[in-house]
Design a binder for this molecule. Structure first.
Ligand SMILES: [Zn+2]
Length: 339
């Protein structure tokens, strides 16, 4: 059994039932997450199997009731409220699709998301910059591809691309722009006979329940020479004290950790934590940063990087910064000026 020490970062991380927002669907989702959905809990830290943890938040940015823990030993931050597959299907189908994905002009969004200064191009350029044999990459697969916008720069440079996703409405847009899309997620990819030179996993791994199992399946499916690009919202870059603010490739930090928490994100990685999962499942890390962006392939070389951040202290400093009089005044002024 996991042994929890309550150390909420501040009062605002406590769970109190939210006032009605007026958005009926959102209010219903908040209620169901608090009372109806079955949430599986971790029995140990998923990274190091330690059973001693801090509880730092009882909710996410939408006031959805989830418990966020930090392992006392390895400092990994994880969500202790994992939704079942059935609940997730309902959450995505009945709520997420209607509240957040209710985009009436997907083709315009597609064009915007593939413009010159889009994240799709940032990712493409990052990968191209770091791989000497980039020109040898012929086949690219993205899992969780949505409309396939990440694949567009690869497609435009003559590579064969395939995107996997669950949402046919989104996939159709990619298909209209010439991309090959297949229905399903990681399972569908593992069951296919595709042997890509590059696999893209952009904002996917933080949603997976069993990360070790995922990497094991990935290892047994892909070729020795294949590259894998992984991107997750890294906590050390996304969340920083204002004076240590960071901006790279369009990724901008802020000091609002609650704003970073999202109930569908099961894990909150510093690069080091993700690297441990990769290495213990047979991958070596070729490139990494704290955005977090990793390029990995099969191999035994260890990165040997150190990690000595006390995550509880780190987040407490960030929260103190957020709660400082100066920050409160800035937020007040922004509200008053309507910015
Ligand atoms: Zn741990």
């Amino acid at each position: 059994m996991i042994n929890i020490t309550e150390e909420l970062l501040s009062q605002r991380f406590d769970y109190t039932k939210k006032n009605e927002t007026g958005d009926l669907l959102l209010d219903e989702l908040v209620d169901k997450c608090a009372e109806k959905y079955h949430k599986k809990k971790h029995s140990v830290c998923p990274l190091c199997a330690c059973t001693e943890v801090y509880l730092v938040s009882k909710k996410d940015r939408l006031d959805i009731n989830v418990n966020i823990l930090i392992c006392k030993k390895c400092n990994f931050i994880f969500n202790d409220s994992l939704f079942s597959d059935d609940d997730l299907a309902e959450i995505y189908g009945n709520y997420i699709a209607k509240i957040w994905w209710n985009d009436s002009d997907l083709e315009r969004t597609f064009t915007k998301k593939t413009s010159k200064d889009s994240y799709a191009n940032t990712r493409y350029n990052f990968i191209k910059k770091h791989l000497n044999d980039f020109n040898n990459i012929k086949n690219v697969v993205e899992i969780g591809a949505s409309m396939g916008t990440n694949l567009v720069p690869f497609y435009n440079s003559g590579k064969k691309v395939v995107g996997f996703d669950f949402d046919e409405k989104y996939m159709k847009v990619g298909e209209k722009f010439g991309l090959e899309m297949k229905l399903g997620g990681d399972k569908a990819f593992f069951e296919s006979n595709l042997q890509p030179d590059l696999v893209i996993l952009s904002h996917v791994v933080e949603h997976i329940n069993d990360i070790d199992n995922f990497f094991k399946n990935l290892y047994s499916h892909i070729d020795k020479e294949s590259y894998i690009y992984i991107e997750v919202p890294g906590v050390l870059n996304s969340v920083r004290e204002r004076s240590k603010g960071y901006k790279e490739d369009g990724y901008i930090s802020n000091n609002n950790f609650l704003g970073y928490l999202q109930f569908l994100h099961n894990y909150h990685f510093a690069a080091w934590h993700l690297i441990q999962f990769c290495e213990r499942n047979g991958f070596e890390v070729l490139v990494y940063d704290e955005v977090v962006r990793l390029i990995i392939k099969k191999g035994d070389n260890k990165s040997n990087i150190d990690f000595d951040i006390d995550m509880l202290e780190y987040l407490k400093n960030v929260e103190n910064d957020y709660q400082s009089l100066r920050d409160k005044s800035v937020r007040f002024l922004k509200r008053v000026l309507g910015k």
